[in-house]
Design a protein around this ligand. Structure first.
Ligand SMILES: *Cc1c(COP(=O)(O)O)cnc(C)c1O
Length: 348
C-alpha cells in the first residue's frame, strides 16, 4: 500500500473502486484534501458529492480516445510563458501550479501540481509587458493552480508588476481557496489588495454543491465582498455531484443569498481521466431548462462549453428562438411548450 493511500484511508475508509485507483497512481494527479474541505465530507457515505470531487476512483484509469490533456489548446494560445491570450479583451495567467485541493475534475492536469511552483519574476515581467503592449486586454485572470496558494508578498509583487504596466487592469482572482481552505482569507490579504486598488478585483469562486457553502466559506467570500469586490461563481456540472435540478437550484439560491452571482455552469471539458464525471449534453440542456424555470435572472448561470481543439468557450442553451417565420416576425418556443411571436419595428 502506498503512503498516499494509507494516509487517505485513515481519514476516509476507501471503497473497492477507490482502492483500485492506487494500483496505478504513479504520474497521476495526487490526492490533496485540506482539513476544512475534508470536514465537510461524511466519511461513511461512499457517494458523498464532495468525496466524489476529491477522492479518485479506478474510473480515472479509463482511456477516453476523444479526450486529451490540453483540450482548450492553451499551449497553442500561450503568448509568453504562462500567459494565455485566447479572447481579445481577456488573458489568463498561470500564477502557480499549486492548489490547496486536487479536484478530480481538474481540466488543467497537464500543469496542476507538476512541481513548477509560482511564476518567476521573469515570467511575471514578460506577461505584464505583453499586456502593457496590448491595450485591447482589459482583464487578466490570475489562475493556475490556485492564485491564493501564493504568499501575500508573492501575490502583492505580481499585482504590482501587472498594475505598474496597466493601472487600469481588471484582475480576476480565480480560486477554490474560500471553498476548500477558507482560513487562508485573512485581514492581511484583504488589506494588501486594498493597497493596489487602482482598478477592480473580481473574485471567481468555484462552489459546485450546496454543502460546500459552509459558514466558513461564506465568511471568507464575505470579506472580499465587504471590501467592494464582486464575487462570481463558476460551477462545473459533475455526474453524481450536482447533476440534479434540485441540487443546482438550491446551490444557486444559496449563492445569491450570500451575495455571490452564479456566472457560469460548465459542461465538463474533454480532459483525460474525467469522463466518469462528465454529464451528457442532452441531460445538461434539460438541467439548464429546469433551472431556468425555477431561478430568477440573477440566480441563473450561463451553461457553457469549452470546445475541444481550442474551439473556445460558448454558451449552450435549449433553442428558444425558432426562427423568422415572416418578414420581421420572430417565433419563440417558451419552456412550457407554448409559442409567442416577437415583431421587429415596422419599416416605413
Ligand atoms: C474562460 C477564459 C477566459 C474568460 O472568459 P469569460 O467568458 O470572459 O469569463 C479568458 N481566457 C481563457 C483562456 C479562458 O479559458
Amino acid at each position: 500500500m502506498s503512503s498516499e493511500q494509507e494516509r487517505l484511508a485513515r481519514r476516509f475508509p476507501l471503497t473497492a473502486d477507490e482502492e483500485a485507483y492506487f494500483s496505478d497512481a504513479q504520474g497521476r494527479l495526487s490526492v490533496k484534501i485540506p482539513e476544512h474541505y475534508g470536514s465537510l465530507i461524511d466519511p461513511k457515505d461512499p457517494s458523498d458529492p464532495l468525496r466524489r470531487q476529491v477522492i479518485p476512483t479506478v474510473a480515472e484509469h479509463q482511456e477516453d480516445e476523444r479526450a486529451s490533456f490540453d483540450p482548450l489548446e492553451e499551449e497553442r494560445y500561450s503568448v509568453t510563458d504562462r500567459l494565455i491570450h485566447r479572447y481579445s479583451s481577456t488573458a489568463a495567467f498561470l500564477t502557480t501550479d499549486r492548489c490547496v485541493v486536487h479536484c478530480r475534475h481538474c481540466f488543467r492536469r497537464r500543469f496542476t501540481a507538476t512541481d513548477q511552483g509560482p511564476a518567476t519574476k521573469e515570467q511575471i515581467a514578460a506577461a505584464a509587458s505583453y499586456i502593457g503592449a496590448h491595450p485591447q486586454i482589459t482583464e487578466v485572470l490570475f489562475t493556475g493552480g490556485d492564485v491564493l496558494t501564493l504568499t501575500d508578498d508573492a501575490l502583492e509583487a505580481m499585482i504590482a508588476t501587472f498594475r505598474s504596466r496597466r493601472p487600469d487592469l481588471v484582475i480576476r482572482l480565480c480560486t477554490r481557496v474560500p471553498v476548500a481552505s477558507p482560513e487562508r482569507i485573512t485581514e492581511a490579504l484583504l488589506a494588501m489588495l486594498k493597497r493596489h486598488d487602482t482598478a477592480p478585483f473580481y473574485l471567481m469562486t468555484q462552489f459546485n454543491h450546496p454543502t460546500e457553502v459552509s459558514p466558513a466559506a461564506i465568511g471568507a467570500v464575505g470579506r472580499f465582498i465587504d471590501q467592494g469586490i464582486v464575487a462570481l461563481n463558476q460551477s462545473v456540472l459533475l455526474q453524481g455531484v450536482n447533476d440534479e435540478v434540485k441540487t443546482l437550484v438550491q446551490l444557486c439560491k444559496i449563492l445569491v443569498q450570500h451575495r455571490i452571482k452564479p456566472y457560469y455552469l460548465f459542461v465538463g471539458d474533454l480532459v483525460q481521466s474525467t469522463a466518469h464525471l462528465r454529464v451528457p449534453l442532452r441531460r445538461s440542456l434539460a438541467l439548464e431548462e429546469g433551472m431556468r424555470q425555477q431561478l430568477s435572472g440573477i440566480a441563473m448561470p450561463t451553461l457553457a462549453v469549452d470546445l475541444p481543439h481550442g474551439g473556445g468557450k460558448l454558451p449552450v442553451n435549449s433553442v428558444y428562438l425558432q426562427g423568422e417565420v415572416g418578414p420581421g416576425v420572430w417565433r419563440f418556443a417558451t419552456f412550457d411548450g407554448s409559442q409567442y411571436d416577437y415583431y421587429d419595428p415596422p419599416t416605413r
